[in-house]
Design a protein around this ligand. Sequence first.
Ligand code: FAD
Length: 272
Amino acid sequence: MQNEPAYERNWAGNYRYRASELVIPSSVEEIQERAAGSRRVKAIGSRHSFNGIADTEGTMLSLERLNRVVGLDRANGKVTVEGGIRYGELCAYLDERGYALPNLASLPHITVAGACATATHGSGDRIGNLATAVHALDIVTAGGEILAISRDDGDGLLDGAVVGLGCLGIVTALTLDVIPAFRMSQTVYENLPLAALEDHVEAIFSAGYSVSLFTDWRQASFNQVWIKRTEADAAQAPWEPSFYGATRATERKHPVPGLPADPCSEQLGIVG
Ligand SMILES: Cc1cc2nc3c(=O)[nH]c(=O)nc-3n(C[C@H](O)[C@H](O)[C@H](O)COP(=O)(O)OP(=O)(O)OC[C@H]3O[C@@H](n4cnc5c(N)ncnc54)[C@H](O)[C@@H]3O)c2cc1C
């Protein structure tokens, strides 16, 4: 593994990609040329998938150099980005301008295109998965043409393409719905009994703007419940000391027990 090129393994290092070469284009035109001139081409995002979904017998294309915001359309609440941008990069841009995405990936490192292509999560029952924010896509197809599809077309094509698993072509641009920036209050509860989830699944998953459960599968309980409420909602209802048998954490937590909580988002009900 010592002399392996970095692209050959995923983020965690536990999966080795298959591809005949890695190319990192600097322009959409270059992607079009590669697509038209190669027998097989597949995009790779930030390499956070755990499996062979990005593998190809041909050329693996990384869009890491195409990571800019193309434009913010304030009138229609839309932002258009290039296919290699990561959530952390996009959110900093939006927040500076008073906007936000309705939902975020758990990790700031993953690409918007990669997360949407795999229907990466929502959380709780109030917000859809990340792909539901996509309004339009530009896809470079096998022949090198750009296929522009939008929800505005009303033909259902976007719905069929947005979770494309990287199989339909190279997504070079995405237009996403944005909403006014908002702040959250988050609290972690520990040790939610499995029986409580069975009896109160609806109430538990609707207990906040975002609700996530974490388990290591070792006991008949969830190690942690992470609940995020909007600042306005949190101001109306105090965080209770217990939640369906789980206990409110009194110190910041990492979802993986034992790891330091430094890289995690704000907790303990503090607005952030
Ligand atoms: C620690 C960790 C926690 C995670 N937690 C969750 C979770 O809670 N819920 C959940 O649903 N997922 C979770 N994931 C999975 C992760 O969100 C997905 O694997 C996501 O696809 C990773 O995005 P990526 O940018 O790394 O894409 P990659 O893994 O690099 O690629 C994924 C797919 O997207 C395609 N793709 C990437 N870019 C493009 C593009 N420009 N055009 C066309 N296709 C493209 C690739 O071809 C491939 O098929 C987690 C992953 C990690 C490492």
